[in-house]
Ligand binder design. Structure first.
Ligand SMILES: [Fe+2]
Length: 248
């Protein structure tokens, strides 16, 4: 299971504790992979060139470990995190001051590292790249999560991933980069959804030929998440292996 960031709203101690407890509950069912989101970063502790950059993630790391973009390997799935949440940073800056602290960026070194992880993985393993900022434009927000998003998309295309997981837009979505690389954008579990939509998460199933992304949306009457829209995308890499479920 992958949690692609925003475990807290303002990186508060209590929220981090709750997030750890939530992760432990999920961990009873499957291994859990976590990357930091923008509100999980205390960017104000090291603004631009002032201060030690690492201090921004110090609090988050106390609860979720020093590896901010971990790799989770199982015999059939490799999930590799890419760190895109830096807060107010040179490479995340845009011309719009209103989104200065909510844009992220995808450094080349992160892409190089994950490429190596995927190159060394067993051929039959499904390769999943997980990052926080949305890499496709939000349907309602019309926003991209990353600054220099086209460069980021081009970098993601070189990863050798079967599917990209991202979040940040607060609206569930599914699509492709350049019609070849499937992207799953998760919604949110809390009530802080966009456009008063129900809470949602995505379940991904990868088989020989395709990547299936199903949105599970909260059904208030039934008081449970129900499977809803399914998007199916052709798989570019064809390892000789059977169906592999990947849940998030
Ligand atoms: Fe975010």
């Amino acid at each position: 299971m992958c949690i692609t960031g925003e475990l807290t709203q303002r990186c508060r101690q209590g929220r981090l504790q709750s997030a750890v407890a939530f992760g432990q509950q999920l961990g009873a069912f499957a291994p859990v992979h976590v990357v930091a989101g923008m509100p999980d970063v205390q960017w104000w502790r090291a603004i631009l060139p002032f201060g030690r950059a690492r201090i921004r993630w110090e609090k988050f790391a106390k609860f979720f470990g020093d590896d901010l973009a971990p790799v989770l390997s199982t015999p059939r799935v490799v999930v590799a995190g890419l760190l895109t949440s830096y807060g107010l940073a040179w490479k995340s800056l845009t011309f719009n001051p209103r989104v200065m602290t909510v844009k992220g960026h995808l450094p080349k070194r992160e892409v190089t590292r994950v490429k190596q992880v995927f190159t060394g993985a067993p051929p039959e393993a499904v390769r999943v790249a997980a990052l926080h900022l949305n890499v496709l434009r939000g349907q309602i927000s019309r926003r991209m999560g990353l600054s220099r998003w086209r460069t980021a998309q081009e970098r993601l295309l070189t990863l050798g991933a079967d599917v990209i997981l991202c979040a940040h837009d607060h609206q569930e979505g599914a699509g492709q980069i350049d019609g070849v690389l499937p992207v799953s954008t998760t919604g949110t579990h809390t009530r802080r959804t966009r456009g008063k939509r129900p809470s949602a998460f995505n379940v991904i199933h990868v088989d020989w030929q395709a990547v299936h992304i199903v949105h599970y949306r909260w059904d208030a009457a039934a008081k449970e998440f129900q499977p809803s829209t399914e998007s199916v995308f052709a798989r570019q890499r064809r390892p000789s292996d059977g169906p592999v479920p990947v849940a998030r």
